[in-house]
Design a binder for this molecule. Structure first.
Ligand SMILES: NC(=O)c1ccc[n+]([C@@H]2O[C@H](COP(=O)([O-])OP(=O)(O)OC[C@H]3O[C@@H](n4cnc5c(N)ncnc54)[C@H](O)[C@@H]3O)[C@@H](O)[C@H]2O)c1
Length: 489
């Protein structure tokens, strides 16, 4: 991490001093940065003079005394509170009173690190993401005692280094790692309930919603040992808040060393670095005799009517389905079984289609607990008859995409409500730090805050789990009919 930060600071025009307890590491870092910049110059991505000047700005200190003239020190050493506290205490004895001590910690409390200092008001968090030169966002974190003059200087430095600064309060996971909690934990919830296999959940979130990677692919890339440790750390630091609850399944897989790419096996197997995916099954040839669309959302009704008419399947819109028809439901936050029973339908001949995500790219077909295999296969065949992929899942309140996106919106709403960060910074941080296709509040606005609220209330009522209770921020904006970006005056 340290070398990436040194590189962007040097390229940004600042004289940089680097030091590591292991002297060899600092020398290697300088050589590494020089290689990176020389290669960038050879490829024409950077002027040769600029690369040479940046390299010349970096010096390796022989000991901590080398930091005596520094105005800002960015610490990126081992993630241990006692070691970071000791380093800052040692630095305080060397540097000027106005020197800022910034920590790149990702999981420790900045306030706790500062507590070991004579002048905790000069300590702040400055949290980068790996690889630093490519991940152009940095969290600027005020600890409880940080003085007001500190963060503007770190914000200005970030701009000068070409990074987007986002401000966050010193809370577990800060902004990006907090906002990212829903994606993995909700994926585990669905896996734990047997709703779908990892590759099915990944396909839906990638293709129907537009995430760059599915949650299981992402955890395989990060390493489940790392991802699970973050899940546990944020959860325990928030005193067992159910919204961040990790999964016992993850703990077991960590014990089994199914870390992902780095161990060759995780949710997928890897051979020579290539992910081995289960072969996709062709869609069934079967078609229903008739489909009943009276209760389906307008967009699903249009799609299925169109497919049915092309396939010679009868379409029914009467009060009740005939004995030949498969009933199609499109619940928001509800599961197929409960919705079918509440509507007085025969659950063996009922299926649900997610009306919110993926009708053009990848459709989600959900069964009730007792949908017959014949009804399921016939609907699957019809829904895939124009060549669009279909994912078939077991019953789930909020299908796959609805519940994951609703939880992402809900957690971002809590971050805004708890004044951890502004709406604008939440959006920027999540897009740059997590690579989501939209900021979480923009996701919510695109669906409509009342729709997200409806999904969460239905899930909350079904599970009775406080995990799904809607954020006050979301509830109020849904009731007011205003954007989720709306701040309080
Ligand atoms: N790796 C990431 O993706 C990432 C992302 C964001 C933040 N961080 C944070 O950055 C910090 C460093 O992470 P990393 O992955 O680069 O770790 P790392 O283990 O690769 O590097 C840590 C370096 O610190 C040195 N070190 C240990 N004790 C020291 C001391 N007392 N004084 C000076 N140097 C000392 C070690 O020799 C080592 O070179 C951690 O706080 C981590 O949480 C890491």
């Amino acid at each position: 991490m340290g070398r990436g930060i040194a590189q962007i600071a040097a390229v940004g025009g600042f004289p940089v001093v680097i030091w590591d307890a292991n002297g060899k590491v600092a020398e290697e870092a300088k050589t590494f940065i020089a290689d990176m910049l020389n290669r960038a110059a050879e490829k024409g991505r950077m002027a040769k003079d600029a690369a040479a000047a940046a390299i010349a700005r970096i010096t390796v200190a022989g000991d901590l005394q080398g930091f005596a003239p520094s105005t800002i020190i960015i610490e990126a050493i081992v993630e241990r509170l006692d070691i970071k506290q000791k380093l800052f205490a040692d630095l305080e004895a060397i540097v000027a009173e106005t020197t800022i001590l910034a920590t790149n910690t990702s999981s420790l409390s900045v306030t706790a690190i500062a507590a070991g200092c004579q002048r905790p008001e000069r300590v702040a968090g400055y949290h980068f993401f790996n690889p630093v030169p490519l991940m152009k966002v940095v969290e600027v974190i005020d600890a409880v005692r940080t003085a007001p003059w500190v963060s503007p200087r770190l914000v200005a430095l970030a701009h000068a280094m070409g990074h987007k600064p986002v401000k966050a309060q010193d809370t577990p996971g800060f902004l990006v790692n907090h906002a990212g909690r829903a994606y993995n934990t909700e994926a585990f919830r669905m896996l734990g309930e047997g709703i779908a296999d990892p590759c099915v959940i990944d396909d839906i979130l990638r293709e129907a919603v537009g995430f760059r990677m599915g949650p299981f692919e992402l955890m395989d890339l990060t390493g489940l040992d790392v991802s699970h440790a973050v899940m546990e750390s944020v959860y325990t630091q928030f005193y067992d808040e159910p919204k961040y609850r990790p999964s016992a399944l993850a703990a077991a897989r960590v014990s089994a060393k199914l870390f992902g790419r780095k161990t060759g096996e995780g949710f997928y197997r890897y051979e020579k670095g290539e992910q081995i995916r289960p072969a996709a099954m062709p869609a069934p040839d079967a078609r229903p005799q008739a489909v009943w669309l009276n209760l389906a959302a307008e967009n699903v009704r249009r799609l299925v009517s169109d497919l049915a008419s092309r396939a010679g399947v009868a379409v029914e819109n009467g009060d009740k389905p005939s004995s030949d028809a498969i009933a199609v439901l499109t619940p928001l936050g509800g599961d197929a079984t409960t919705t079918a029973v509440e509507r007085g339908l025969d659950a063996t001949r009922t299926v649900a289609i997610d009306p919110l995500f993926g009708l053009e790219k990848r459709r989600t077909l959900m069964t009730t607990s007792v949908t017959s295999p014949a009804a399921r296969d016939a609907m699957h065949g019809l829904l895939a008859s124009d060549g669009v992929a279909v994912s078939v899942i077991h019953d789930s309140p909020g299908f796959v995409a609805q519940r994951v996106v609703a939880m992402i919106v809900n957690i971002a709403s809590d971050i805004a409500q708890q004044r951890i960060a502004t709406s604008e910074d939440i959006e920027a941080a999540v897009k740059l730090g997590l690579g989501y296709p939209k900021g979480p509040l923009e996701f919510g606005d695109a669906l409509g805050a009342p729709t997200v609220l409806q999904i969460l209330e239905a899930m909350h009522s079904f599970y009775g789990d406080p995990r799904y209770r809607p954020s006050p921020w979301l509830k109020r904006r849904a009731k007011l009919g205003v954007s989720l970006m709306t701040a309080e005056a």
